[in-house]
Design a protein around this ligand. Structure first.
Ligand code: HEC
Ligand SMILES: [Cu+2]
Length: 314
């Protein structure tokens, strides 16, 4: 009979997290034995009425004190260093990654692939490839947890957070929401389907949608009238958006910000909050007119303009 103590180890991070976890548990167990065994022994030995020798010991106490302070300190600092190293690896996605958007909503997970595929409560990914998730929520705080990958990330409305994994084993694994988010929180369950690369390619082609994420963004860019100001020859002077993504942008108040997803998002929803230097604050807000999915599509589009050079110099 199979009685697993832990979920499968299905990502590169899983064995590393488990090793740290079990090492900490083992270290704590050893410490407990070192403290409790003598304690019980002394309790017994020096119990009332027992004729044990109670005259003071002549040993230098400071040496004893130093030993039992410094050795555990070094051990614990070692654990701290180890855990920090692991934490940074978990927090920093490798550069080359398959980027997938995740939107939490009461009570489901909506996922978007760069090729345009959309899924609900299901995520198809290839084995052996780094997958980077960009996560946000359209209502309350959720938390995206894949136990078999040992990745868990809080998903906060109004922010983009990221998480990554590299699956090492073909199979189907749970996705859970681990932040209580209302009535059906416990039903906010999905699955990751890890496939062989060839199978994954096949899945991509057989279910290929009409547009990629960036193409959907381009269509929105026209339909919402962004292109009128940002690309057309309108009276309004608006910055060209080619090449802006990932670059530092000087603002009217003298500060410089990085044009990441959050900046693009804020530019669309709160255009008055950060004004690009040299431009009038005339961009209207699109809050309430664009959904979280659409925001991510617009961002994908603006990002896809990254490589292109602006036709006009700003
Ligand atoms: C009425 C004209 C107008 C419309 C419509 C408009 N914008 Fe803008 N946009 C501007 C102007 C002017 C600025 C520069 C001032 C500022 O930062 O608010 C700007 C700034 C931006 C920036 C920051 C660019 C930078 O270089 O820092 C982004 C991103 C952006 N807009 C995206 C959009 C998107 C996406 C839409 C459609 C949903 C849109 N805009 C619709 C006029 C417009
Ligand atoms: Cu939730």
């Amino acid at each position: 009979m199979r009685f697993p103590l832990l979920p499968d180890q299905a990502s590169t991070m899983a064995p590393r997290v488990d090793l740290l976890y079990f090492s900490l548990t083992a270290l704590s167990a050893v410490m407990m034995v070192i403290i409790f065994l003598p304690m019980f022994y002394f309790l017994y030995k020096y119990r009332r009425g027992n004729p044990a020798n109670r005259s003071p010991l002549r040993i230098p106490m400071w040496k004893v004190e130093m030993t039992w302070s410094v050795i555990p300190l070094i051990l614990m600092l070692g654990v701290f260093g180890w855990a920090t190293d692991l934490y940074f690896d978990i927090e920093r996605p490798p550069a080359e990654a398959l980027e997938i958007n995740v939107i939490g909503k009461q009570w489901m997970w909506k996922l978007q692939h760069p090729e345009g595929h959309r899924e609900i409560d299901e995520l198809h990914v290839p084995v052996g490839r780094v997958v980077k998730l960009t996560l946000t929520s359209q209502d309350v705080i959720h938390s995206f947890f894949i136990p078999a990958f040992r990745t868990k990330q809080d998903v906060v409305p109004g922010r983009y957070v990221s998480s990554w994994f590299k699956a090492t084993q073909v199979g189907t694994y749970h996705i859970f929401c681990t932040e209580y988010c209302g009535t059906s929180h416990s039903g906010m369950i999905g699955r990751v389907i890890v496939m062989e690369p060839a199978q994954y390619e096949e899945w991509l082609t057989t279910t290929r949608p009409a547009e990629t994420l960036a193409q959907s963004g381009e269509r929105l860019f026209r339909d919402l009238g962004c292109s009128g100001c940002h690309m057309g020859n309108s009276q309004i002077r608006a910055p060209r958006l080619e090449g802006v993504f990932g670059k530092p942008v000087p603002l009217a108040d003298g500060t410089i910000v990085l044009a990441d997803g959050k900046y693009i998002r804020d530019s669309i929803l709160l255009p008055q909050s950060q004004i690009a230097a040299g431009y009038e604050p005339v961009m209207p807000t699109f809050a309430g007119h664009v959904s979280e999915e659409e925001l991510l599509q617009l961002i994908a589009y603006i990002k896809s303009l990254g490589a292109k050079q602006p036709e006009l110099v700003r």
